[in-house]
Write a protein that binds this ligand. Sequence first.
Ligand code: C2E
Ligand code: CA
Ligand code: CA
Length: 830
Amino acid sequence: MRLSSNWTLILVTICMAFFRPGKSFSAVDRTKAPEQAGKQESNPTKAFLLAFGHPVVDEQVARKVRAAQVASIARLTPFIIFANVINTIVIALSFQTFVPVEYLAVWLIGICGFLAFTTHKWLKSRKEPVEFVSRNALNKAVLHATVFSSFWAVVPIAAFVSGDANGIWMASCVTIGMLCGGGFTLATVPQAAFRWVGILYLASLVSLAIGQSSDIWMLFLLLTSYTMVVICSVASAGWLFASHFLAEAELEQRGELIALLLNEFEEKASDWIWEADSAGLLRNISDRFLHASGRTRSELESKRMVDLAYSLDEAEARTALVRLENAFDEQEAFRDIVIGIDVQGEERWWSLAARPVIDEHGSYAGYRGVASDVTETRRANALVSHLAEHDSLTGIGNRSWFLKQAEMRLESQTSFSDDTLTLFLIDLDNFKVVNDTSGHPAGDELLRQVASRFKVIGGEATVLARFGGDEFAALGRFESDEAALAFANDLVSVARKPFRIGRRDFAIGATVGYTRFRDSRDTLDDLMRKADIALYKAKEGGRGRALAFEYEMEREVLERRELESDLREAFEYEKLNVDFQPIVNARSGEVVSSEVLVRWLHPVRGEIPPDTFIPIAEHAGLILPLGNWVLKKACAAAALCPDLESVAVNLSSVQFMDPNLVDHVYAVLEETGFPPERLVLEITESVFLRDFGSAATKLEKLRDLGIKIALDDFGTGYSSLSYLRQYKFDKIKIDKSFVDEIGERSDGLAIISAIIALAHNLGLEVTAEGVERQFQVDALRTLGCDTMQGYYFGKPDSNPMKIAQIRKEDWEDRSPSTAPRNPSDMRSVS
Ligand code: C2E
Ligand code: CA
Ligand code: CA
């Protein structure tokens, strides 16, 4: 049978305590013992070894343990002395009859001297209690036990040697009593106890051997079994003592560590510990807590955490308060409850975590937890979410925030089957012009002013956001269609009032498309699409107005969108063309100029008129490259026709608003080498409707280059005449509608005559458009019109100079005075 390593260790330790009590296991010794090699003792083993003085723990702890061992013996010392005195007296009295006086006297002197020495030591140790004890002190205890037990070992031997029955009886009692009593008294220092027991046991054996009793074996067995019991009890008591002490030391160490950590926590962290009693009143208030609360200790001690949370009247704080109250009522553990507190007028936020404290009787004794001031974090978070949800320029919501809000409102509308929700999309008119002509800071300021005006009319109930660029959106509840329309019109009209930026006034405007929530299956995307369609239609119809979505719009707009993408593709793949329509001199009939007209042959829909696709190109942002392309084509073609005095190119109003228009035109002239004097740019009145003071300069710059400017479609607008005075042109083109009235209305001729006279007075050349009939030609020539254009002379064609075959006699007969000198000029030049 093999003993487990623990048992081996225990036996080895006990044996060592008997024979080499001062010697201890060192690290080296242990590695020599194969069972222990490389092994870390478990706690019970450690305690056992520690009881025997082996250095298995920190020297600091070991010293404390030794001090406790010694102190424990010291506590019993008066009783030991007392028992020894009694024993000594009894032995002296009973032994005097058979032991020679001188021997007895020596023994008495020895033992009394030693008792006196022990008493003196004990008195001294009481005056200065020792906290730490070296290993030497234990050795001294062993020596002490050796000397003392040796005195007592003499007693049984002397009795048995003398053979006095009374003496033997007395000595046996004293020896057994001393063996047991001494062993137990010294139990906290097992080495000393073992030494004591060992010596008395040996003395008893010697006595038995001297006595030669017939019952010697029985006595021997009795003696040995008592001794074994004492040894085991001593070992166990010593081990218990050390275990207890070791546990205590460990607890103390842990306590110190916790205290250290808590100290650290209290001093450095922004958090603090808080406690409340069973009534919820705050207790054990730390300095940090005091400081954070901005209140006095007595004030805090009369309050509950809930009372503190009551101090701030704020929506979020109130919700947290309810949570906190519930947790207290239910006596539940909680965490991350962020309460708001009024700290000397400042709003602070604390995050609380705590758990209920249960006392030793199992009843609720309050709360203990941690609090941290999260005000700064909250502020930072609020800033971050504000930035994430707001438009940094205008301070109103941004697109993603708006969509989130819209989604929420839509959901509640659907669940309450309410249909008052209305979504508005707002697009500023002419914003780009402000940005381009006055710079981005002015544009930014304008957007800010627009946003604040919208905010005023929207009020609290309306959700407002800037989607980016010059696009805004609003969402609100409107009981009736009329109310929604009124709001939309308000948006338009506030944007129409001039905006003052710096020292200038800017007139822009806004176009609004909106939709009412009518179909409960509509998603937010549907609403957005519908409002967008309405906006598209509103813009198409001339901007500066509000339009509600109607179902018919959808098909139309879809078609337009399709066209838009087709046009984009056609332009990209150079599927567009230009035609030229001749303009002839009214007197000579010569082709003097040619108007360039863009053409698009759609693969499915066939020929699409420019009246249709030019606005699409404008809307799609395609007009600038497209216009440039037409200009280039015109210049390149006209450069090849030296007979052509000039070539006329149409400019859309969007093109004209381009701040870089002059540069672009100049670049094309440079590139094609076409002389500016031969270029005529045709613009319509619509250009001036959107003028912000730059039109006149632009016209001037173009004219400075030598380019001629024609006012197209003259007479169709409202203020054609006033523009003639305001801006400088080279030419006007009388619209076809006036030409058509020749011979149809009695005053038709009178009007044209007045226009021509006026233009000539202003030094402008006059071209009549849409001339289709011979009598129109005659009348216009008679009225002194300078040039004519129309199907009569030629339809638009890829050849810049191709004109129709006109019968020579017609031309000459009807208007002999102004007939061309050379009729051959009237023929095609190609
Ligand atoms: P517009 O500048 O007034 O051009 C004259 C329009 O009248 C042309 O129509 C031409 O084909 C048509 N026309 C000319 N003579 C007669 C006639 O005797 N009878 C009739 N019934 N029509 C005649 P088109 O080509 O359809 O162009 C329409 C409008 O599209 C143009 O009106 C012009 O404003 C615009 N446009 C055409 N090409 C361009 C272009 O390259 N750029 C820009 N921005 N606009 C263009
Ligand atoms: Ca034109
Ligand atoms: Ca025209």
